[in-house]
Ligand binder design. Structure first.
Ligand code: ZN
Length: 167
């Protein structure tokens, strides 16, 4: 864990106490943190399925992250990127059936899943979008001028590239 990773842990506990109060706050914070780990586990398991090496999994300011290689097919890249948010979204409904904390942790997972699908920089959503429409993005001069995107446009299957994923 990076030294700024404690901020993520404290943030989860803070949200937990805000939502669950003194009685349930710690448990809710721990479950929120576990939800972040589950998100990354989704990416890791899907990457393992497609034999994509995962070089690192850690926690730092900004959240839990993995560093991994790239899949050989864009479809697999999309599935690996989508699997994190999908884990969060898939457990929303089962969690709603859990008494007491279920609805709160379900809401946290819905937020984690949906926020990660918004195509912001370094997000799963943007990664999915780029793989869905790589030629369109490569054609835009602004993105072509960015070194990372330029290498992607030149050779999308270059195995030396490593993706940094933030939940
Ligand atoms: Zn993710």
């Amino acid at each position: 864990m990076h030294r700024t990773g404690w901020i993520v842990v404290l943030f989860c506990l803070g949200v937990g106490f805000l939502m669950g109060g003194r009685q349930l706050g710690f448990l809710l914070g721990a479950l929120l943190f576990a939800s972040l780990l589950l998100h990354e586990a989704g990416h890791i398991l899907t990457a393992a399925y497609f034999r994509v090496p995962v070089h690192e999994c850690g926690i730092k300011l900004g959240g839990v992250y993995i560093r991994r290689g790239y899949a050989l097919r864009r479809r697999d890249e999309i599935l690996i990127a989508a699997s994190g948010p999908m884990v969060n979204l898939l457990i929303v409904f089962p969690l709603l059936c859990v008494p007491r904390l279920g609805s709160q942790i379900a809401m946290c997972n819905a937020v984690i899943g949906l926020i990660n699908l918004v195509p912001l920089p370094s997000s799963d959503g943007l990664h999915i979008l780029r793989n869905l429409a790589p030629y369109t993005l490569c054609a835009t001069s602004r993105l072509r001028s960015e070194p990372a995107t330029e290498s992607w446009c030149r050779n999308p299957l270059d195995p030396s590239r490593i993706k940094l994923d933030k939940p």
